[in-house]
Design a binder for this molecule. Structure first.
Ligand SMILES: [Zn+2]
Length: 85
């Protein structure tokens, strides 16, 4: 969970910079999975970010990076939204 929160904090920093420059279109954020070796990014729109980030236990991960048994809340070709248990 700690790694995941770290990644979310990194993404929040990226988004704050984008917001300062009027974020339009998609932005690349880091995958919020629990694999320490993962270096992948995924693209999200501002609306997607705001919707998912509004829920403390939801995280963006690349398809296939969900943990076994983790609930997938939303599936897109660019990302999955998973609910941390
Ligand atoms: Zn990942």
């Amino acid at each position: 969970m700690e790694l995941r929160l770290q990644r979310r904090a990194d993404n929040e920093r990226v988004v704050r910079r984008l917001e300062a420059h009027r974020w339009e279109g998609e932005a690349a954020i880091v995958c919020e999975c629990t694999d320490p070796s993962c270096l992948e990014h995924l693209d999200v729109t501002r609306a997607e970010w705001q919707r998912v980030r509004g829920n403390d236990v939801w995280f963006f991960v690349r398809p296939g990076h969900e943990e076994r048994g983790e609930r997938v809340v939303e599936a897109d070709e660019r990302f999955l939204v998973v609910e941390a248990g």
